[in-house]
Design a protein around this ligand. Structure first.
Ligand code: PMP
Length: 424
């Protein structure tokens, strides 16, 4: 093993120079092993993982039941899906259709969330014959040209010359107003864009049901219903990006189900493969007809990723991970709200299921970004990994594998309580 310092040196020498800026820690641990909700570093230290690689490992690290299917498939066949017939991808497509909301039932498989969103935006263009988009501030949709153009978080917009075809509307959150007002302002700003550009130019609006990297921004119950109606009235499609929220994370298979809305196109990635690269954009019979050229990707839905994803969907159902996320999410949220009453640093606790955020703000109203880093570091030293997000990187993010226990939630709350007390 080369060790943590050498990894950083090699990153600096052989990866893009900015790659080491992604770490959350002054001394990032070298993770060498994972087992369900636990990670282990090169020193043998155990960490309780409350971030799951940003909602990737919903079924836990190296889950043996899922791994068995992955390894079995690896030993049998790994191949492209384009030229020949392979069974796993269609089995997965059928299974996915059975859990997708409403009349969504057709999938195009690819490898990353960015690709799925890029494909979804292409499909919206093909179906509507229009080529402009609306996206929300604070949203994150990917690293390709168009998905980065639709990303409203400045730190993820690497290119100063992004597509002018994407128009940004207000998100449903504003630190100075309440959620209801902010959500109304968001709808108003979408209306203004539609009016300014003309409905005949806008193909789709793309949004996360709960903005993850934007700071666990959770709209009020009515928001997406009203939004869908507004878009429908104007012949604009709704693309819902479930890349971070999908697969039981929020207590339902997909977060948009909390809002009782069926989008025209939905994208999935991350947790679908529980660590194996697989993603998809999913749509209705009607919208799918617009894609008339050959539709496949070299390794999208490859046999190994598909067999893994099938095992993931079976595991979520067999072990009732939606129920776990709902139940433990409620318990964690209650605990965080209790900490909020004790520590004024916690301004807001938000989210659904096991996708929760605690926004940290200083006495003078400024984002507590440095304090967030200190908390992350101290929790890591105590053997707990949590995430951070938000435009000012001042929102603690709790998105653990959905195989955690009540005792794990209590451990996290206890350690966080002590760390917050130390900070006072
Ligand atoms: N959409 C959302 C909501 C995401 O959180 C991410 C990744 N953080 C992406 C899209 C991009 O996914 P990928 O990194 O797999 O391209």
């Amino acid at each position: 093993m080369i060790g943590a310092n050498q990894i950083i040196e090699k990153k600096k020498e052989f990866l893009l120079p900015s790659s080491h800026r992604n770490h959350f820690y002054a001394n990032p641990p070298q993770i060498v092993k994972g087992s369900m909700q636990f990670l282990y570093d090169d020193q043998g230290k155990e960490y309780l993982d409350f971030f799951a690689g940003v909602s990737v490992m919903n079924c836990g690290h190296c889950n043996p039941e899922i791994l068995e299917k992955t390894i079995q498939q690896m030993q049998t066949l790994q191949h492209t899906t384009i030229i020949y017939l392979t069974e796993e991808m269609v089995q997965l497509a059928e299974k996915l259709a059975s859990v997708l909301p409403g009349d969504l039932r057709r999938s195009f498989f690819c490898c990353t969330g960015s690709e799925a969103n890029e494909g979804a935006m292409l499909l919206a263009r093909l179906y509507t014959g229009k080529n402009e988009f609306i996206a929300l501030e604070n949203g994150l949709h990917g690293r390709t040209y168009l998905t980065m153009s639709a990303t409203g978080i400045p730190m993820w917009r690497a290119d100063p010359d992004l597509s002018p075809k994407v128009h940004f509307a207000k998100t449903v959150w504003d630190s100075n107003t309440d959620l209801e007002q902010a959500a109304k302002a968001s709808i108003e700003s979408i209306k203004e864009i539609i009016q300014a550009r003309g409905a005949n130019h806008i193909a789709a609006l793309i949004a996360e049901p709960i903005q993850g990297n934007g700071g666990i921004i959770t709209p009020p119950a009515w928001y997406f219903k009203e939004l869908k109606q507004l878009l429908e009235d104007n012949g604009i499609l709704l693309i819902i990006d479930e890349v971070q929220t999908g697969f039981a994370r929020t207590g339902k298979m997909f977060a948009i189900e909390h809002y009782d809305v069926v989008p025209d196109i939905m994208t999935v990635a991350k947790a679908l493969g529980n660590g194996m690269p697989i993603s998809a954009f999913c749509t209705t019979d009607e919208v799918a007809k617009a894609f008339t050229k050959p539709s496949a990707s070299t390794l999208g839905g490859n046999p190994v990723s598909s067999a893994t994803a099938l095992a993931v969907l079976d595991y979520i159902e067999k072990y009732e991970l939606c129920e776990t996320a709902a139940h433990l999410g409620e318990m964690l949220k209650e605990g965080l709200i209790a900490l909020q009453a004790k520590y004024s640093l916690i301004k807001d606790v938000r989210g659904i299921g096991l996708m929760l955020g605690a926004e940290l703000v200083k006495e003078d109203g400024q984002p507590a970004s440095e304090e967030t880093d200190v908390i992350l570091e101290k929790l890591k030293d105590r053997g707990i990994i949590v995430g951070k997000n938000g435009l000012n990187r001042n929102v603690l993010a709790f998105q653990p594998p959905l195989v955690i226990t009540e005792a794990n939630v209590q451990t996290l709350l206890h350690e966080l309580d002590e760390v917050l007390a130390e900070l006072q």
